[in-house]
Design a protein around this ligand. Sequence first.
Ligand code: DGT
Ligand code: CA
Ligand code: CA
Ligand code: ZN
Length: 579
Amino acid sequence: MKAMKNAEVAEIFEEIADMLEFLGDNPFRIRAYRNAARALFDLEDPVEEVAKGGLEALEEIPGIGHDLALKILEYLKTGKVRKLEELKAKVPRGVLEVMRVPGVGPKTAKLLYEKLGVDSLEAFRKVLESGEVLKLPGFGERKRERLLKNLDLVEAASKRWPLGAVLYEARELLRLLKELPEVEDAAIAGSARRYKETVGDLDFLAATREGAKVAEAFAQLAPVKAVYALGPGKATVYISPGIQVDLKIVPPESFGAGLQYFTGSKAHGIHLRRIAQQMGLKLNEYGVWRGEEQIAGATEEEVYAALGMDWIPPPMREDLGEIELAQQHALPRLVTLEEIRGDLQVHSKWSDGKHTLEELARFAAEMGYAYLAVTDHSPAVRVAGGVPPEKMKERIAEIRRVNEKTGGRPYLIAGAEVDILPDGSLDYPDEVLAELELVLVSIHSRFSMDEEAMTRRILRAIEHPLVHVLAHPTARLIGKRAPVKADWEKVFARMKELGKAVEIDGYYDRMDLPDVLARRAREYGLTFTLSTDAHQKDHLRFMELAVGNAQRAWLGPEQVLNTLPLEKLLQWAKDVRKG
Ligand code: DGT
Ligand code: CA
Ligand code: CA
Ligand code: ZN
């Protein structure tokens, strides 16, 4: 059984080697640290076990000499290695960051620092852009351009990405990782596994007995654009466009514990570790331990069970009460993607969608859906080429024709996404609304009204007797447009009285309702619709994101309208209008 200390000491030795190299130390000594790091990582036995045999036993590990054996003992005793602290004081902080730009090793960083005074990422950009670097030996135009690109990658990765903008690329990388022969299992962890609406970076976990080999092979997979850090137990790389992926590696008997640890959230993990402590146990990324004995670790289920609780779905892991419920075996059942019988917001060629109604019906069939609501825009949304009221009869007739042709399998629901005008009135006359089976209302203009006016605007819209769903309620666009200000407590309370539904729009840069508000809406007992707001075929996959967000809000299938069979759904729509 490999223990966590091996990886910790290995990492310290790697860091020491980097800094020694920057300082121009003896290459043999540097090599010795790197070899030792690798040896420790590949060591099957916990180094603290070996250390019980004293200095000599440690020195028997291939690649570990007297000096390094002493440092291992020092770390096991004090949790620190003095040498590393000393070196940190000698290497300027900013230089360490520059060293992390792919293509800049310790040697180059030293050159940059000594000849051009580069002691930060900004300073590095300056000398790259001015061409000053070309004065340095070994720097040509091609290298300059490559480093600029890598610097962009590093800096782009410092922002957060909407999950849907990176998830599918990440899955492709995961597929390739899983194909490596030494990899026994692999998974995406971190905020992506929790379906958080944005992610800072992507976290991968792999189970293998050959950590060094896997880290190296991973760094060479096709989607990897640059390597930020590579150690025997981990790799950090960039995949296009500037997205950072952190690979962590554990032995197979620790896969569940590693997954638990690296899925987070941090708050959830901290709470779990406190519980472990109270039970006289220890929880880390390698397992649940009673003293030196690993009592769980291969699967997440056994990790949670060892801590006296049920397995907790990742989207719930935010320490918002889920741990207490898991201890009482009282977790709510969450809605799943498989239970979704149709998409309730999709745009066709009648407004700004890419596909005809007939094509949409075919895609819905491919998705295994029983129905799909076509919800083209109303005319106020000019850029979207909304359907003019006088054209609605023709549009509905075409929807009926498609349904006749397919026998209603899947059934196209005649819907619309009707604009809420600034005064809260709707963008279609009642005669038009009455002909539609499902009416969504939403805001596409005048986003910055004050809270009181906005609340009145929304209330008026949802109070309209022909309206069913408040779609993308906050109208925010992640990273681009702030949510509108409204008194959501008032809105949700009123919607509950009226029996109207609220949407979770899963389009990747909307994710609206956001999780916090969705939780609040659930507490009001509201009914939800989950949708993708698809404008083309590819977008239909965002249903997964809508479901993920619904799970973050603890929604069960009974709170989600589109888990209903078609007849029940249409009946609901009729009942809402009866009031
Ligand atoms: P992100 O990347 O900002 O979207 O959020 P996460 O949750 O993916 O965070 P990240 O990538 O920094 O770390 C991945 C997971 O690793 C995190 O959810 C929990 C675990 N983790 C990382 N650092 C710590 C830590 O200092 N303490 C604990 N308890 N867990 C940590
Ligand atoms: Ca992350
Ligand atoms: Ca990370
Ligand atoms: Zn819209």
